[in-house]
Structure formats: structure tokens, C-alpha cells
Design a protein around this ligand. Structure first.
Ligand SMILES: Nc1ncnc2c1ncn2[C@@H]1O[C@H](COP(=O)(O)OP(=O)(O)OP(=O)(O)O)[C@@H](O)[C@H]1O
Ligand SMILES: Cc1ncc(COP(=O)(O)O)c(N)n1
Length: 268
């Protein structure tokens, strides 16, 4: 008997040649969580544990064509966006997403962990006006909140104000990630009515390349399986926390989180 296809999830993001973030992290997280991952590549980066050595965006036509190939034949139960590089690509992707019924997770990627720009400053307005309104869940980190809304988060107490400012830009839910604060790794999820605090112990591990990509992809995978937004975010938070605890050294800089942490045997 032929088996049924697993839920299908599409990432629209940039390639990380080092395999720790971007498309590569997204597809690994999706595999680990039991969904079929598919990709629309928006840009190619030459990247490793030390930083981003080069980046080249694809033409909008190539992005549209990849999207249509996947959606028109295979179909999607959830979409996740990551690095979109330029205003032209943000607009092209927002236009495509406006036509989908599937839940959309927007990770408004701005700069890499090493401070390399992955989104032109001239694209911020298109992210605010066109991309965020298509989002079921937007997952900015604190730097992205500041760039998009002007709200600066210094402590956990500022997270509700930050989440409200993100919500005002149009996503149905805002998940503000407090991973860059001191203390516990605390994120805040809200749709303006319900508020969920997600708290995990901070792992003292510098090998955290790809945390944001992994969390957003995990949310998309769990939504595709049929969980509601608070359930999907809680499951994704548990997954990324385990992946960070198991992050490993690679190259001379910041190594990746371990997407396969749930399958490793002790010492393996
Ligand atoms: N050291 C840590 N220990 C446990 N959880 C962490 C740690 N660092 C980040 N997190 C969690 O990882 C998730 C991603 O958050 P983070 O703030 O790192 O996102 P990000 O900045 O977009 O990621 P990236 O740095 O990969 O771009 C959040 O749930 C955050 O709370
Ligand atoms: C192609 C691509 N997309 C996203 C990130 C962000 O991930 P991180 O902040 O962990 O470097 C990245 N470095 N590269």
C-alpha cells in the first residue's frame, strides 16, 4: 500500500554554505520534525563559522518560478520566510504569500550573528508594509524589533511593549525572541488577546549559529502538522532549546545548533 505524504513545508530563504543557518538549517529542522521540507532560494551566501564572506541575491523571476513550481504541483501546509536580501525580493515574496491560505511564519532576518547584513536597509519599509501583514506569526529578535519598530528592549519587562509594536505592523501573532537578553531564554508570544511567556534555561554554549532560522522552521513544521499557534510555538521552543544545548564546534568560530539532537545516542 502506498503511504500518505507527510505535511509539506516551504522555506523561502537564503543558502548558508556552512550548513548551520538559512535554507540548510530550515530543511534539517523540518526533517527532524517529520515534515517534507521544500525550498525557494532567495540568495546564496558564502558563509562559515567566522561570518559571511559573500552574498548574491537571485532575480525575482527565479524566486517566483521556484515558488510556483512547488505550490502549484506539490502544495504547502505552511510557509516560512528568512533572508530576503532586498526590497525587490521582499515585495515579490509578499505578493506571492498574499495568495496563500497556508499559515506563514515570517522571520524578518536582518543581520547574521556575526553582524553581516542579510537585508538591505532600503528593504525595511517593504518588510513593514507588505511582508509582515501576510504573517500568521512574525518572529523578530531584539535587533529586528528595534530596526522595524524603534522599540529597544533592555530587559524582559520591555517585551510586551515590543510585541505590541510588532503586532501593529500586521502579523496575526508576534513572537518576540529574547534570546539576546541576559538570564533565562525568554520569548513572548501574543495576538493582542492571549499572551504566552516561553521560558527556557539559558545554555552556556557559544555554538548557536542558526537558532532563529531553526525556531521559525520548527514553528512552521508544527503548524503544518495541525497544531494551533501557541501549541506550535511551545513545541518549537522545546525543539530549539534542545538543539542549542547540543550545539557543537565547527570551524574556527561559532558552530551550529544540532538539528538531530533528539536522535543522538550518548557520545554519538
Ligand atoms: N543560549 C541560549 N540558551 C537557550 N536558548 C536560547 C539561547 N540563545 C537563544 N535562545 C533561544 O533561541 C531562540 C532564538 O532566539 P534568538 O534571540 O537567538 O534568535 P535570533 O537572534 O533570530 O537567532 P540568530 O542569532 O540565529 O539570528 C529563542 O527561543 C531564544 O530564546
Ligand atoms: C542565509 C542565512 N540566513 C539567516 C541567517 C541568520 O542566522 P544566524 O543569525 O544564526 O547567523 C544566516 N546567517 N544566513
Amino acid at each position: 500500500m502506498t503511504r500518505q505524504a507527510p505535511p509539506r513545508v516551504l522555506t523561502v530563504a537564503g543558502s548558508d554554505s556552512g550548513g548551520g543557518a538559512g535554507i540548510q538549517a530550515d530543511l534539517k529542522a523540518m526533517l527532524a520534525l517529520g515534515v517534507h521540507g521544500m525550498s525557494v532560494v532567495t540568495a546564496v551566501t558564502a558563509q562559515n563559522s567566522l561570518g559571511v564572506q559573500g552574498a548574491w541575491e537571485l532575480p525575482a523571476e527565479a524566486v517566483r518560478a521556484q515558488y510556483r513550481s512547488v505550490v502549484d504541483d506539490i502544495g504547502v501546509q505552511a510557509v516560512k520566510t528568512g533572508m530576503l536580501a532586498s526590497a525587490g525580493l521582499v515585495e515579490a515574496v509578499a505578493d506571492l504569500l498574499a495568495g496563500t491560505d497556508a499559515p506563514v511564519v515570517v522571520d524578518p532576518v536582518g543581520v547574521s550573528k556575526h553582524g553581516d547584513s542579510l537585508l538591505a536597509a532600503s528593504a525595511l519599509e517593504a518588510v513593514r508594509r507588505e511582508l509582515l501583514p501576510t504573517a500568521t506569526v512574525a518572529t523578530p529578535n531584539l535587533d529586528e524589533v528595534a530596526r522595524l519598530t524603534g522599540v529597544r528592549v533592555e530587559s524582559e519587562d520591555d517585551l510586551p511593549r515590543a510585541a505590541d509594536a510588532v503586532l501593529a505592523l500586521g502579523p496575526r501573532w508576534a513572537l518576540v525572541k529574547g534570546g539576546h537578553l541576559a538570564g533565562d531564554a525568554v520569548d513572548l508570544l501574543t495576538d493582542g488577546a492571549a499572551t504566552h511567556w516561553l521560558r527556557a534555561p539559558r545554555h552556556d554554549n557559544r555554538h548557536t549559529h542558526g537558532t532563529g532560522c531553526t525556531l521559525a522552521s520548527a514553528v512552521a513544521a508544527e503548524l503544518a502538522k495541525g497544531l494551533d499557534v501557541p501549541e506550535a510555538v511551545a513545541a518549537a521552543k522545546a525543539y530549539v532549546t534542545g538543539a542549542i544545548a547540543a550545539g557543537f564546534p565547527l570551524g574556527g568560530g561559532i558552530g551550529p545548533v544540532d538539528h538531530a539532537w533528539q536522535r543522538r545516542r550518548p557520545g554519538g
